[in-house]
Write a protein that binds this ligand. Structure first.
Ligand SMILES: CCCCCC/C=C\CC(=O)SCCNC(=O)CCNC(=O)[C@H](O)C(C)(C)COP(=O)(O)OP(=O)(O)OC[C@H]1O[C@@H](n2cnc3c(N)ncnc32)[C@H](O)[C@@H]1OP(=O)(O)O
Length: 292
């Protein structure tokens, strides 16, 4: 975790994090410092719920991504926490991905902060030694899917929901660490197809390609994740955590080594006029749709 903290500090995301919760109760709430999250740690089960809570769609603005990184880091350091379940309090939406209103006509300095926050959010979830699981009770496009990909286990609700990396369709070229995470989960062939096409998947197809581990009725999604979490946290934490690091360290090292390069490339792409025009048109369509 020292490595995650170093990365976060380097990315300017980690400021003064409390070392441990100030509340010494069985059911402990970290929420006071978070605007877009609810974070609850049950000290008895040692499982935390990190609930995305930015209505109307949990679109990820810069501050929310910083909060997710900070909360994950805080829980990672808490000896009372062995597992984190990420879910959403917005009905039928896990997360709508990056907040396109912040990306549209973004100034370069702001974009850099935004992108570093995305890198930090991903690397903190991906690199934590504690068990992480996603309860995906609705849509999870783009960066919503990226959050899920960073976890150890994903359960999605049945229903007319979509999950996937649609960036190509938005004119956004894929970057290396998102590609790597997708391929590590779904394999090379599926990656070649899905990422070039910017494919979104209904839950049953997401299950077939291994993008999610289980699909269940919506009301059973969180209980199913909780059931699996109960099993996973029984495994001796030291051995499991080291095994997880062993598997993920290479990807973490790559991201750390090439974070600046990623930022440069993505700044050039995302602030280019063609991509900005696409984002503008997409936003206009969304506004029209919600007025209907
Ligand atoms: C690829 C290389 C780089 C990798 C790293 C980059 C990673 C990710 C890139 C992104 O994340 S780009 C964002 C991509 N996201 C999307 O394409 C999803 C857009 N949204 C939707 O498709 C739908 O909103 C939904 C999630 C399927 C939900 O549909 P629903 O009909 O339930 O709700 P809406 O009416 O469409 O939306 C409600 C409300 O939320 C606003 N909103 C939705 N998504 C976003 C967003 N991404 N950013 C900002 N705002 C969003 C939408 O405008 C509505 O607002 P109001 O009109 O109610 O004010």
């Amino acid at each position: 975790m020292a490595c995650i903290q170093k990365t976060l500090r380097g990315l300017g995301v980690l400021r003064q994090l409390p070392r441990e919760s100030t509340v010494n109760q069985t059911y402990c709430r970290y929420a006071s410092s978070y605007k877009y999250l609810q974070v609850d740690l049950d000290k008895k089960t040692k499982v935390a719920h990190l609930t995305l809570a930015r209505k109307p769609a949990n679109s990820l603005n810069c501050d929310m991504m910083k909060e997710i990184a900070m909360a994950t880091n805080e829980l990672d350091q808490d000896r009372d926490c062995k597992g984190i379940i990420i879910n959403s309090c917005v009905p039928n939406i896990f997360s709508a991905g990056l907040d396109l209103t912040e990306l549209y006509q973004a100034k370069e300095l702001f974009f850099q902060d935004f992108w570093r926050s995305l890198q930090a959010m991903f690397s903190t979830i991906y690199g934590t030694k504690v068990v992480t699981m996603a309860a995906i009770e609705g849509h999870a496009p783009a960066a919503g899917c990226i959050i899920a990909l960073a976890t150890d286990y994903r359960v999605m609700s049945e229903g007319k929901f979509n999950i996937g990396l649609n960036e190509s369709m938005l004119g956004i070229p894929m970057n290396f660490w998102v590609k790597d995470a997708f391929i590590a989960t779904c394999g090379q062939r599926e990656g070649e197809r899905a990422l070039q096409l910017g494919q979104m998947f209904i839950p049953s197809t997401a299950l077939q390609i291994g993008l999610v581990d289980e699909v269940v009725p919506q009301e059973l999604t969180l209980p199913t994740v909780q059931k699996h979490m109960k099993q996973w946290v029984k495994v001796p934490g030291g051995a499991r955590g080291l095994t997880k690091s062993l598997i993920r360290q290479q990807a973490m090292d790559n991201l750390k080594a090439k974070a600046d390069e990623d930022l440069l490339i993505m700044t050039r792409h995302m602030l280019s006029q063609p991509i900005q025009n696409t984002i503008g048109a997409y936003l206009e369509n969304m506004t029209k749709k919600s007025k209907r």
